[in-house]
Design a protein around this ligand. Sequence first.
Ligand code: NAD
Length: 300
Amino acid sequence: MRILVTDGMDKTALETLRAKGHEVVEQFYAPEELGEAIRDFDVVVVRSATKVRANHIDAAKGSRLKLIIRGGVGVDNIDVAYAEANGIAVKNTPRASSNSVAELALAHMLSCARFVSIAGHTMREGKWEKKAYGKGVELGGKTLGVIGYGRIGQALGRMAQGLGMNVVAYDIFHVEGIECETMHYVTMDELLAQSDFISLHTPAIDGKPLINRENIAKMKDGVIFVNTSRGNNVDEEALLEGLNSGKIRGAGLDVYAEEPAKNEALLNHPNVSCTPHIGAATKEAQKRIGQEIVSIIESM
Ligand code: NAD
């Protein structure tokens, strides 16, 4: 098969595909060139940089293209329904990066609790602000609210329980037998009212952002909020207001309404710990993503 890899892929997986006799081309295409380019391939593998939209699918209609694989979880960079309606299957690698994203969410919780990001930043400016950043809080004994208790949410829940946290989760779907002394499903309002830390792990939800002014008002004063899901799930202006008023003590962000992120007021806020959408960017996750891509192609 001819396989196009547009946004990079684990080297071992590339070698495996070539060893199995597939022709693999690694090449990023600008949006205006992508439609024409994908016509010549059976499979296109993307991460998040390449956006496969309806116009690209239109250009690829009637060509040899059969499958688009998103190396990662969120498929919001692909017009999935349109591709499938036109006979092009879309697959992702949903489990490969769960642990990495959960670990990054935990890192942001710790960073906000102990001012890790801003304290390091000010030290590099020659400051020694022991007093300002000597007001940390512990995670142990606190309540973590996880919104969206799926693969990543549950992985974070288990880590938090290991640190002595109490976990409450809000999800539209409840997994049977998962509740225990330190993990309970609650309503969204209960979660907002009870949590010292809140971490968001739903898919991208269309319409009004889930974390908006109304829901922020229902949170505990001094809450620490983390988002590694999708930027459009959060009203960034409402989040900034919450940070400025002190309602929100700190925010850990890996995803943004616009990417690359441009909301300077938010990014420069001293109580924001931010990373440039690197939740799945670990050696281990990329290796597992590569292995899943190979098995998807092998099962064609
Ligand atoms: P998942 O499908 O396993 O879990 C999502 C959970 O959200 C499900 O249990 C689902 O029932 C629940 N849910 C859906 N709509 C909801 C709603 N309106 N209210 C409450 N719960 C709702 O997905 P996952 O693999 O855990 O991924 C979660 C998120 O993480 C996705 O947004 C994904 O795009 C994102 N993600 C980010 C990165 C990153 O690099 N930062 C990497 C991978 C995944």
